[in-house]
Design a protein around this ligand. Structure first.
Ligand code: AMP
Length: 279
């Protein structure tokens, strides 16, 4: 598996593929790849002739007190997983290859200010900027994002529409551990007790979903039920639990589809996210 470090080289590789008439899929990641990332790469390799996996811990999407420095990294293991999943190449630039005294950033209103945007005010500007740059560097036909980061998926779809990127955005389902915990590179931060406590995210979401399926129409009641389950876990601290319209991330009082029920919960010092979408 070739690991490409420069913008010029990845551009040359993609150009050569396009000359041959091959289609290109892009899977943007921050590395430390797991089965969740793998599902995106497998899907991309089914739907495209060639697949670029970007593997870049993007500094501009981390706040000053967040985990940029400690974020896990293992490019050799990533190369093995990406190859198994059907990737053609990994793009793994250093930060100064991506940013040299940059003055230009992509910013978005409204949907980046709610949910995770409240606690992470610069996060989505960093995400949009790096994804926009990756779209310009790789110029893929399709790009693959997990519903695990549902708000990110919504934001990227809107950015592509607003800025006329000629790229199809493909959303992929959440991959979970056998006991329900959504796979995440950040799960490696959890000790044994925290790993057990983290089950309150998926368990409470399951209960919330059941309530709706059984006819509950008040989003407040569903959210309160979910919060109650999480609050009974001593190692958990809620950042937010909300039910919003999946089209525009606006809060809704009454259950109506499509909806997104999303949460961020601290387990010890680790901030985990999870959600379900009802179409
Ligand atoms: P990350 O490396 O965490 O930035 O994630 C890169 C991409 O993989 C994003 O589109 C995520 O939504 C997606 N992803 C991460 N974890 C999962 C998961 N458990 N299931 C599905 N997709 C995931």
């Amino acid at each position: 598996m070739k690991i490409v470090k420069t913008v010029d080289e990845i551009r040359a590789i993609v150009k050569a593929w396009k000359k041959e008439g091959l289609s290109v899929g892009l899977v943007p990641t921050m590395g430390y790849l797991h089965e969740g990332h793998k599902s995106l790469i497998v899907r991309a390799s089914k739907e495209n002739d060639r697949v670029v996996v970007s593997d870049f811990v993007n500094p501009t999407q981390f706040g000053p007190n967040e985990d940029f420095e400690s974020y896990p990294r293992d490019i050799d293991a990533d190369a093995v997983l990406a190859q198994d999943a059907g990737a053609s190449v990994i793009f793994n630039p250093e930060a100064d290859e991506m940013y040299q005294d940059a003055l230009t950033f992509i910013d978005m209103n409204k949907i980046t200010k709610v949910l995770c945007g409240k606690t992470r005010p610069i996060h989505f500007s960093g995400v949009c900027t790096v994804v926009g740059k990756l779209f310009n560097i790789v110029a893929p036909d399709r790009a693959y994002f997990g519903q695990k980061d549902a708000q990110q998926l919504c934001v990227i779809k809107k950015m592509v529409k607003d800025l006329n990127f000629d790229i199809e955005i493909v959303g992929c389902p959440i991959i979970r551990e056998e006991d329900g915990l959504a796979k995440s590179s950040r799960n490696t931060y959890l000790n044994k007790e925290e790993r057990q406590a983290a089950l309150c995210l998926s368990k409470s979401l399951c209960e919330g979903k059941k309530l709706i399926e059984n006819g509950e129409t008040s989003t407040e009641k569903v959210v309160n039920r979910i919060k109650g389950i999480i609050e009974s876990e001593p190692l958990a601290r809620i950042d937010y639990v909300e039910i919003v319209d999946w089209n525009n991330l606006e809060a809704i009082d009454t259950v109506k589809t499509p909806l997104l029920c999303a949460m961020a919960v601290y387990i010890g010092k680790t901030r985990l996210i999870d959600n379900f979408i009802m179409e």
